[in-house]
Design a binder for this molecule. Structure first.
Ligand code: FAD
Length: 393
């Protein structure tokens, strides 16, 4: 039995998501991958069953059912289709700025549209010249009367062109480094805002990844989140909460690949017996399952911390560890799944080939896994621990 700390009510909803994923999304997954088209039918399915609501408080039209269930839902969907799981994860990523730093008026104006799924949203931090080093961004926002005028561009933005609302980071004081960055919500029909191009990719092909261009783009001053100069802190607070969404996507890919490889290994025969009876294959399956379970422990542990209301500062390390481990496991386990299927694993008729391609991005976006290691080590160095070396010369 996998680690399952969900309450009975949460488990019922999780099981509904599992059924929807298996019956309605799994049959579409290969097509979504091959067509490279954004799956609006999956968005509609999520809307019909109030799955976007899982990410939001009741006050703003959500279900108020908590982080653990939200992450379990992303995991379930990602077991069969990582592109579809990402739709939920990015609805969280794109709305967290409002949830964490929005005024009551901003929340009331925007969150209900996002909780119902009527609007999709996006998070725009990365630029062509600044990914890991996000403070090196060059997009500027200059106050002009009651509006900010944005100029610059953002690269690799998930949901580009399908989102109605973008959380955008720009420099209001270009000489002030981190402290000169501010955050804004930008509606897709803002004058001077456009999507310049969409990127073809190795995996998660149904998800759009695009370049946003701001050309004297005018945004009302009341769309700024927090104060001028709060943007970098907001961006990092968002990532602490959102990275586990990528972890859940990674875990879903890993568990989906493990489940598929197990079934395959039971039916494929070599040397007179199912390959599942060969000890080298059993060793792979055992390692895959164990890694998924360890990853789940980190991910659900993070969710339980959030749902218990622990201090925000404690989330940084737990979030980075869940993201790092779940997504490294996604890559390792999906690669092993391909190996277990042998030649069939390498061809597109079988889903593990797609899972392996989809897994790769989870190690890169929302902070590469190198950056997660830096974050974890930085938090470790801040901690004071009783050491067995205490007193040693
Ligand atoms: C499909 C896709 C979707 C994305 N979606 C979004 C999105 O919705 N919103 C958004 O804002 N961004 C998004 N991104 C951007 C993504 O978060 C960045 O690509 C990522 O953070 C890495 O930045 P970079 O590509 O500039 O790589 P770089 O920062 O140039 O890094 C290159 C390599 O150097 C390593 N590296 C960098 N700095 C260090 C260091 N200090 N120590 C050790 N190693 C280091 C990195 O780990 C990496 O291996 C997306 C990217 C892709 C491909």
């Amino acid at each position: 039995m996998p680690f399952d700390p969900l309450s009975n009510e949460q488990r019922e909803i999780r099981d509904l998501v599992r059924t929807l994923a298996r019956e309605r999304i799994a049959p579409r997954a290969a097509e979504i991958d091959e067509s490279h088209e954004f799956p609006w039918d999956v968005v509609e399915l999520f809307r019909e069953h109030d799955l976007f609501g899982l990410l939001f408080d009741e006050e703003f039209g959500g279900t108020g059912t908590g982080t653990l269930l939200a992450l379990a839902a992303i995991e379930e969907v990602s077991k069969v289709c990582a592109t579809s799981g990402l739709i939920l994860a990015v609805q969280e990523l794109g709305s967290l700025g409002l949830k964490l730093a929005g005024s009551q008026a901003q929340k009331e104006r925007y969150l209900p549209h996002l909780a119902s799924g009527e609007w999709l949203c996006a998070y725009a931090l990365t630029e062509a010249g600044s990914g890991s080093d996000s403070a090196a961004m060059r997009t500027e926002a200059i106050l002009d009367g009651g509006e900010y005028v944005l100029n610059g561009s953002k690269r690799f933005i998930t949901n580009a062109g399908v989102a109605s609302l973008y959380t955008v980071f720009a420099k209001t004081d270009p000489d002030a480094g981190h402290a000169g960055i501010s955050a804004f919500v930008v509606e897709s029909d803002a004058p001077g805002f456009e999507i310049a191009r969409l990127e073809p990719k190795m995996g998660i092909s149904g998800s759009t990844t695009g370049e946003l261009v701001f050309n004297d783009c005018r945004v009302p001053a009341e769309n700024r989140l927090g104060d001028e100069g709060d943007g970098f802190k907001i961006a990092m607070r968002i990532l602490d909460r959102s990275r586990p969404g990528v972890a859940a996507q990674g875990l879903g890919i890993a568990q989906g690949a493990t489940d598929y490889a197990l079934e395959y290994a039971k039916s494929r025969e070599t040397m007179g017996k199912p390959i599942a009876q060969h000890q080298l294959i059993q060793g792979k399956l055992a390692d895959m399952e164990t890694k998924c379970e360890a990853a789940r422990g980190l991910l659900y542990g993070f969710a339980q911390m959030v749902d218990a209301g622990v201090d925000e500062a404690e989330l940084t390390k737990a979030s980075a560890m869940a993201k790092l481990y779940c997504t490294d496991v996604a890559m390792e386990v999906s690669t092993e799944a391909v190996q277990i299927l042998g030649g069939y694993g390498y061809i597109k008729e079988y889903p593990v080939e797609r899972m392996m391609r989809d897994a790769k991005i989870t190690q890169i976006y929302e902070g590469t896994n190198e950056i997660q290691r830096l974050v974890i080590a930085r938090e470790m160095l801040k901690e004071s621990r009783a050491s067995s070396l205490a007193g040693a010369v």
